[in-house]
Design a protein around this ligand. Structure first.
Ligand code: DLL
Length: 441
C-alpha cells in the first residue's frame, strides 16, 4: 500500500512547486530565527528577499557536522527551547554528541514519514510489529515506534539486544514485521537456527533494516535464511532519524526519499559542485518543513547516487542507491581507493565468520596498512577456543579472507580472527567499522 498516495505519487512538476515554496519560506525563517544562519547567509551574500527558490539552491552555503558541534547543544534550534518537546542525540566517534530537537509538529511529521516507510516496506495496518531498534537518545526506536502506531500496527517496543527475548516474542506474539539493523538480523537468524526454532513457528514477513551500511549479498542471505522480504531504510538524526528514505518492496531497487520534506543533492565531496543524476557523490539534504532543527544543505558524508525515474510502485519521489561508503571514510591505500563497504562485501559468504568486523588503518614507514579484525561464529569459536593463532583452522580462515579481499580490491590486508562479540561496540550497539590510527603514528 502507499501510505500517502496524493503526496507520494504527485507529478514531479507539482512536487517541485511545493519544494520551491517551502524552500523560500525556510530561508527566510532561518535568517530570522537562527543567528548562525543569519551570519552564514550574510557572509555568502544570500539575501532572503532576493532568494528565488529551487533555482538558487546551489548558491546556498553548506552546513557541516562541525557547525553542529560548534553550536552544541541547542544553538541551532529555530524555535524557543520551551517549544521543543523532544531531543535526540547521536554519539559521535569523538567528543560531544550531536543534539537534535523536535516540536510537537515535527514529531507528527516524523510519525507520518515512518508510517510511509513501513508501508513502503510492505507492512499492513493491523500487523504485529516488533521494533528492535534501540530506544533512547538514538532515533531508531522512538521514530519507528510512532510510525508504527500511526499506521495502526501493534507495536512491541522491545528495543535492541537480548536475543533470547527477541526470539520468544517473535514466536509467542506472532511478529509479522521486524525492524533492526541488518547485522542484528543475521545474529537473529543464527540464534534461531541454533535454538532449532522451525520457520513454520514464525509469522515473520517483513524486515526493515537500516541504521548501518549493508550489501545485496547480505539481503540475499537474510531473505533466504528467514524467508522474508528484507527492505532497506535510511536516515540520520540530523535530518529527522529513520524516515528520510526507504525502499519499496515492489522494486527493492533504491530508497524513495521523502522529497516533500527533504531536498536531496549529490555533490563532489572535494569541489562541492552538484553532480548530475546517476553519479556517485556525497548526499546533501535541505529540510523543508522541520520547525525545531531545520538545516540548509547539510553534508551527510554518505556516498550514494540519485535516480529520478518513475518507479514500478507508482511513486514519483527520487530514489537513492545503497550508501556505498562515507566521504570521510574513503581510504587511499597505496594508491587504491578503498571503501569499507567493499571489505564488507568481500567478507559476505565466507563460512565461520559473522558480519561483525573492524578495519584499522595504521601507518609505518610511510606505508599504510589495513588490518581487518573479524569475529567468528560461536560454533567456530567453541571448536578452537583454547588454541593460538597457529591453529590450522584459524590460519585457513585468515588466508581465505585475505585472498577474497585481494581478489575484490587488489590490496593485501592483515587479517586478525577474533572471538564472537569481542570487538568494541558503541552505546547504540553499533560497531565502529573503521578506525584510522594514522595520525597517531
Ligand atoms: O541510524 C537513523 C536510523 C535509525 C536509520 C533506524 C534507519 C533505521 P544516526 O545514528 O544518526 O541515525 O546514523 C546515521 O547511519 O548518515 C549513515 O551513514 C548510516 N545509515 C543509516 N541508515 C543506513 C542505511 C540513524 N540504510 C548514519 N544504509 C547515516 C547505510 C545507513 N547507512
Amino acid at each position: 500500500m502507499i501510505w500517502n498516495p496524493a503526496i507520494e505519487t504527485m507529478p514531479r512538476g507539482e512536487l517541485e512547486q511545493l519544494q520551491n515554496q517551502r524552500l523560500t519560506q525556510l530561508v527566510n525563517r532561518l535568517y530570522e530565527n537562527v543567528p548562525f544562519y543569519r551570519h552564514l547567509l550574510d557572509s555568502h551574500h544570500v539575501s532572503p528577499s532576493a532568494f528565488r527558490g529551487l533555482q538558487d539552491l546551489s548558491n546556498l552555503p553548506f552546513t557541516r557536522k562541525n557547525d553542529l558541534r560548534e553550536n552544541y547543544p541547542f544553538k541551532l534550534f529555530a524555535v524557543p527551547r520551551e517549544n521543543v518537546v523532544r531531543v535526540h542525540a547521536s554519539s559521535g566517534t569523538t567528543g560531544k554528541p550531536t543534539v537534535v530537537g523536535y516540536t510537537r509538529k515535527d514529531i507528527d511529521t516524523w510519525a507520518e514519514l515512518c508510517a510511509r516507510c513501513l508501508a513502503l516496506s510492505g507492512a499492513q495496518p493491523g500487523q504485529m510489529f516488533q521494533n528492535a531498534y534501540g530506544y533512547g537518545l538514538f532515533t531508531g526506536g522512538l521514530g519507528m515506534h510512532y510510525g508504527g502506531e500511526k499506521m495502526g500496527l501493534t507495536v512491541v517496543p522491545v528495543s535492541g539486544g537480548n536475543t533470547a527475548r527477541q526470539m520468544l516474542l517473535l514466536q509467542d506474539f506472532g511478529t509479522e514485521v521486524l525492524s533492526c539493523t541488518p547485522s542484528y538480523a543475521l545474529t537473529l537468524a543464527d540464534a534461531l537456527q541454533e535454538a532449532g526454532i522451525p520457520r513454520s513457528s514464525l509469522k515473520l514477513q517483513t524486515l526493515i533494516l537500516g541504521a548501518e551500511p549493508w550489501t545485496e549479498a547480505m539481503r540475499q542471505e537474510i531473505e533466504q535464511r528467514l524467508q522474508v522480504d528484507a527492505v532497506n531504510i535510511y536516515g540520520l538524526s540530523e535530518i529527522i532519524g529513520p524516515g528520510v528514505s526507504n525502499e519499496c518492496v515492489e522494486a527493492k531497487n533504491g530508497s524513495h526519499i521523502m522529497e516533500d520534506h527533504f531536498i536531496p543533492e549529490i555533490i563532489d565531496p572535494e569541489s562541492g559542485q552538484v553532480l548530475p543524476e546517476g553519479e556517485i557523490g556525497e548526499l546533501v539534504f535541505t529540510t523543508l518543513t522541520k520547525e525545531a532543527f531545520p538545516l540548509i544543505r547539510y553534508r551527510t558524508g554518505d556516498l550514494t547516487s540519485l535516480n529520478y525515474e518513475k518507479c514500478v510502485c507508482g511513486r514519483t519521489h527520487a530514489r537513492m542507491s545503497r550508501v556505498i561508503g562515507r566521504s570521510d571514510d574513503m581510504l587511499i591505500i597505496r594508491g587504491v581507493n578503498v571503501f569499507p563497504s567493499q571489505i564488507e562485501e568481500a567478507l559476505t559468504g565466507i563460512a565461520n565468520i559473522t558480519p561483525h568486523h573492524q578495519i584499522v588503518v595504521t601507518r609505518r614507514d610511510r606505508l599504510d596498512t589495513l588490518t581487518v579484525f573479524v569475529e567468528t561464529t560461536e560454533d567456530f569459536y567453541r571448536a578452537i577456543e583454547n588454541s593460538d593463532d597457529q591453529n590450522p583452522a584459524i590460519q585457513r580462515l585468515s588466508k581465505e579472507i585475505h585472498q577474497k579481499i585481494h581478489d575484490i580490491l587488489g590490496i593485501n590486508v592483515r587479517v586478525e580472527i577474533r572471538p564472537p562479540k569481542s570487538l568494541p561496540r558503541s552505546e547504540g550497539g553499533k560497531l565502529n567499522r573503521l578506525v584510522d590510527q594514522r595520525e597517531l603514528n
